[in-house]
Design a protein. Structure first.
Length: 137
């Protein structure tokens, strides 16, 4: 609002994308769907078993954050709240979480693929070569 008031222009005109004065390189790493799914599964397991996600949600609830509010935070908080309220089993919570995180990852991938500035690569060596070429310009 301050910028809009200072510029005396509608926000839609202020926030329009402007060409950058800098050369930029935006890279994306392509992973096969199954590899991505396995990484998601492994990361979720670590977060549940080693990083204390369940305790985090328990503590938030103890600090007077309602179940309804926790559920509104989405993904992890939603399914962990259901589990802690005994609405679903641990196994169901894990399956629903994994399913929803995979869906979210697919939406992210679709969104990023629309950005034509991103150069996609399959492996580290291709990326290394691209960065080296970019820096030598």
């Amino acid at each position: 609002i301050e910028i809009m008031m200072d510029e005396k222009k509608p926000l839609s005109r202020i926030s329009q994308k402007k060409e950058s004065n800098f050369d930029i390189l935006i890279l994306g790493i392509k992973k096969p769907k199954e590899v991505l799914r396995q990484k998601i599964k492994k990361r979720l397991k670590e977060r549940l078993e080693k990083e204390g996600m369940i305790d985090e949600v328990k503590n938030l609830h103890k600090q007077k954050v309602s179940w309804k509010r926790l559920e509104s935070f989405g993904l992890e908080y939603k399914w962990l709240s259901y589990f802690l309220q005994k609405k679903i089993t641990y196994q169901e919570m894990q399956e629903f979480l994994e399913r929803d995180i995979n869906r979210f990852a697919k939406r992210q991938t679709t969104w990023f693929k629309r950005d034509k500035r991103i150069k996609w690569f399959d492996n580290y060596w291709q990326i290394r070569k691209e960065v080296k070429n970019f820096l030598q310009k």
